[in-house]
Design a protein around this ligand. Structure first.
Ligand SMILES: [Zn+2]
Length: 287
């Protein structure tokens, strides 16, 4: 086991709220506890929604809170060549194909639109309720054998294997997920030409040598697909994963950017100290 390298990877699509602080505090705490280093990665792969002013605000808030990365930050928007290389590698292995389906097309042909497919893989214990991701649509492989040409307005997908991915989450314990039944062939680049979160993050974690991923429970169900994608990209050993509790607005809704009362800037303006903000965030995360 080499050095522990983790990352904090915010998307600059809004201001930070207490939910982000739970993640940042967890990343730094878990990494420092293992004598590891933290990287900062700005996940601005979504060119339509990312804004420089949000990135600037995130950096300022992190500095105010005292979360310092150990290396200069990287931006996904500047890493297109790295993603192209990774895509080339998958293409050379015959693992990708062009897909012209819209989200609506897929919902129409999927058995259970918007809620994913009945999940046949098993997750044990408390992770069971996380088997279906709310925004998950199972892609039935419509374009798999169509031989469409890649080009503008056409997405690209990677063929997933029908295998079960087993891993041990550092908080939830042993997990088993079957990505081919959860989400189907993964979108690598969407029809607008944006690299997808799953692809960019998995490539970056591999290329940057990230060995520990600390993130919220809402992403537990998508861990198996990242592990499989990393393997298809040639990664010999997947990173370790630790999924932490989220701040929930209600039983099934996590805190979002629109919940202004939990914004860091508002709390700061109201006279809160960094320690108070961090403690407040951690105390609100459900157990
Ligand atoms: Zn398709």
């Amino acid at each position: 086991m080499g050095a522990i390298i983790s990352r904090f990877a915010p998307a600059p699509t809004g201001f930070m709220h207490l939910g982000h602080i739970v993640n940042a505090a967890s990343v730094w705490r878990e990494t420092r506890a293992r004598q590891g280093r933290v990287l900062l990665r700005i996940e601005d792969h979504d060119r339509q929604r990312s804004r420089p002013e949000f990135e600037a605000a995130i950096l300022e808030d992190l500095a105010w809170l005292g979360f310092a990365a150990d290396e200069p930050l990287v931006r996904q928007s500047e890493r297109g060549a790295i993603y192209e290389d990774a895509l080339d590698l998958l293409r050379a292995r015959g693992l990708v194909y062009a897909c012209s389906c819209s989200r609506a097309d897929i919902a129409l042909h999927s058995d259970a639109p918007n809620v994913g497919r009945p999940f046949q893989g098993r997750q044990r214990g408390e992770a069971e309720s996380l088997a279906l991701h709310p925004n998950e649509i199972w892609y039935p492989g419509t374009c798999r054998e169509r031989g469409l040409r890649e080009g503008p307005g056409v997405g690209i997908r990677v063929r997933l294997e029908p295998t079960a991915e087993r891993f041990v989450d550092l908080r939830h314990g042993p997990q088993e997920q079957r990505p081919s039944e959860q989400c189907g062939d993964l979108l690598v680049r969407d029809r607008e030409g944006n690299w997808t979160y799953q692809f960019a993050a998995t490539v970056d974690d591999y290329v940057q040598g990230v060995t520990l991923i600390v993130r919220g429970d809402d992403l537990l169900a998508s861990t198996g697909r990242q592990i499989q994608l990393a393997r298809l990209l040639g990664r010999a050993e997947p990173p370790a994963f630790l999924h932490h509790p989220l701040i929930m607005k209600s039983a099934d809704q996590k805190l979002s950017k629109s919940d202004h009362d939990t914004g860091i800037r508002e709390l700061r303006a109201a006279g809160w100290t960094p320690v108070q903000v961090i403690e407040r965030a951690l105390s609100m995360a459900s157990r």
